[in-house]
Design a protein around this ligand. Structure first.
Ligand code: G6P
Length: 611
């Protein structure tokens, strides 16, 4: 939520900041702004996407070798220029960009106003810059770093922030508490960013800031201290992916590119992790806790959005094949309940970004209870990856489209790997282990096959994109997939959609069915196929149009359903990996036909770093 980029070096800062902003835009895009330090600090802001800021800047002379910039997802204060970052102090000397929420901002604001500070925005962020100003004016001569440190001691909340001062023109001060921030270490230059994708064109070396740390960046180097002024030693991390993975590669949208990238992404998630002949999964990230995992009697999975749905599919796998009792919960609910956890439980946090605030808070709650914590995370070095005791990376490269696609299919693969891993520690037979491993190996080829039906799905989208509502139905492994299909359609096309376990249809939803209310039924030839076929009959009997997903060579639905999409045959537990592809493509094509901004749907952000 919100993206920050900063630059200090020998190049003109503005183009570098704009490029960084473009890469961070997935984090929020209701307004953007930058401040550059030349002879004095100059600032530009615009409502809407980064492009609007870029167009505005063309008309202004902004020059300097140091600057900070921000792309916003509004929390406090409506989207608008006045609330866009960077925010400044009363005199226009200090400029600050922030990602997070200052919880005690109202109290701080009141006391600062009483001291004569004039606020220009409705944001919580603005108190930070006035607090720093206040510290400096209280004790003349305080450095930016010291004033920031003292100010942050008064703050309750979350922040990733970057601040500059006209009085110390060779310095950026950054700080972090629960919102991601890293420093890119380049050649004769440093960058600051919320995400590595914003610095990767200039350097692959980064320093990840941890909670409670302040970084002071000057041309001569970087110093890290904590809020008590103690120096902290940090090492550089190398980012092992390159720019090509953060570009569109000829696709019209990141979302489409990422849908089509799934065979490769799945192959990357599985690479080196399957020993097919022994029916085993080798998960390096779990090696250190292998013995502890042998003893766990219960797994609690937490996540948000799409990550949560992947967990629901994981639950079916883990219980059916590994025999591990599993519960899946929205991270946002888990953190506010009083979950009963004992030492035989483990918590698994699933998160593409590794920064989702609710998921992180749930994880911290579990840590406080002293139970084993695990992560399925894509973003290497992200907070969740670093806070968990052990975990498995997706290894699928950056996912830029706001709606999650390749992360979902990869997460299901990780659950299948975990099922093998835990199952073979328990009662899963060698033969079944071998089958799962072999079928998993085959997934990239099978997903490629499904992708070849893109044109068929585009045609179906043309038929249905004007519908106002949609049902997605599935059973067993494909019940959570129905939820994910409905979420995808809502997210990117804004068509109202609901996902149901097909057995629930008769308990209310079927009342909605008429000729204008289409249903997408996920009905592969599996153990619940006959039940799904009966549900399709019931919908057709009430005049509802049906698009059916079924296994190739099953022609039984051709007459019954209005449209049929065929999926290759695989193990029942792996069908969601194949069936999700048409759902993603259907949502994509409907969104295009409705002229939606597919990569950046309204009101959403990719990385939800506020509650
Ligand atoms: C946001 C995104 C979703 C994503 C969810 C969880 O809502 O728009 O696509 O599924 O956050 O994100 P995470 O990074 O934790 O997987």
């Amino acid at each position: 939520m919100c993206g920050i980029i900063g630059y200090i070096g020998k190049q003109e800062a503005v183009p570098i900041l704009l490029e960084g902003l473009r890469r961070l835009e997935y984090r929020g895009y209701d307004s953007a702004g930058l401040a550059v330090l030349g002879k004095k600090v100059k600032c530009a802001k615009a409502v809407g996407k980064v492009k609007a800021l870029e167009d505005k800047i063309k008309r202004q002379k902004l020059s300097g070798f140091l600057g900070i910039a921000h792309t916003r997802w509004a929390t406090h204060g409506a989207p608008g220029e006045k609330n866009a970052h960077p925010h400044s102090d009363c005199r226009g000397n200090l400029w600050l960009a922030h990602n997070g929420i200052i919880e005690n901002y109202q109290k701080l604001k009141k006391s600062l106003q009483a001291k004569g500070h004039k606020f220009k925005s409705e944001t919580d962020t603005e108190v930070l810059v006035h607090l720093i100003e206040e510290e400096q004016s209280k004790r003349g001569g305080l450095t930016l770093e010291e004033a920031t440190r003292r100010a942050l001691k008064k703050v309750i909340g979350t922040y990733g922030l970057a601040v500059i001062s006209a009085k110390e023109p060779q310095k950026i001060v950054v700080a972090r508490q629960s919102s991601p921030l890293l420093i890119g270490v380049g050649e004769n230059e440093y960058l600051v960013a919320s995400d590595a994708c914003a610095v990767i064109t200039r350097t692959n070396q980064v320093i990840y800031l941890d909670d409670g740390e302040i970084g002071v960046i000057e041309p001569s180097g970087v110093k890290i201290i904590n809020l008590d002024k103690e120096p902290i030693k940090k090492s550089n991390h190398i980012i092992d992916w390159d720019l090509s993975r953060a570009q569109k590669d000829g696709f019209d949208h990141f979302t489409l590119k990422e849908i089509f990238e799934q065979p490769q992404a799945i192959a990357n998630s599985l690479r080196g992790r399957l020993i097919s002949e022994d029916g085993l999964a080798k998960l390096g990230g779990l090696q250190d806790v292998e013995e502890k995992l042998r003893d766990i009697e219960r797994l609690v999975v937490v996540g948000c959005g799409t990550a949560y749905y992947s967990g629901l599919i994981g639950e079916y796998m883990l219980e059916e094949y590994a025999g591990v009792p599993t519960e899946v919960e929205y991270a946002s609910e888990f953190r506010y309940r009083k979950p009963v956890l004992d030492k035989t439980s483990a918590l698994l946090c699933v998160s593409q970004s590794g920064e989702t605030a609710d998921s992180l808070a749930a994880l911290q709650e579990a840590r406080r209870k002293g139970i084993l914590t695990l992560g399925f995370v894509n973003a290497v070095g992200s907070t969740i990856a670093r806070v968990t005791d052990a975990g498995v990376y997706n290894h699928i490269g950056p996912e830029i489209g706001v709606a999650s696609t390749k992360a979902f299919s990869s997460q299901i693969c990780l659950f299948a790997l975990l099922t093998l891993f835990l199952g073979r520690q328990r009662n899963l037979s060698l033969v079944m282990g071998q089958r799962i491993a072999r079928e998993l190996q085959n997934m990239p080829v099978l997903v490629k096959k499904v992708l070849r039906q893109d044109k068929v799905i585009q045609k179906i989208a043309r038929k249905y994109f004007k519908a106002k509502d949609f049902f997605f139905l599935g059973r067993k492994y494909n019940f959570p997939l129905a939820l994910e299909g409905a979420l995808k359609l809502k997210e990117i096309s804004y068509i109202h959609a609901e996902g149901y376990g097909a057995g629930e249809m008769k308990h209310g939803p079927i009342a909605m069915i008429d000729k204008n209310f289409p249903t997408l039924a996920i009905a592969p030839k599996d153990s619940v196929y006959e039940k799904m076929a009966a549900n399709i009959e019931e919908i057709k009997a009430r005049g509802g149009p049906v698009i059916a997903l079924t296994t190739e060579r099953n022609n039984a639905l051709n007459k019954l359903a209005d449209d049929v999409i065929f999926l290759p045959k695989t193990l029942e537990m792996l069908t969601p990996i194949l069936a999700v592809v048409p759902l993603q493509l259907l949502a994509y094509h409907c969104a295009i036909l409705k002229n939606r901004d597919v990569d950046k749907p309204r009101n959403l952000a990719k990385s939800v770093t506020v509650e």
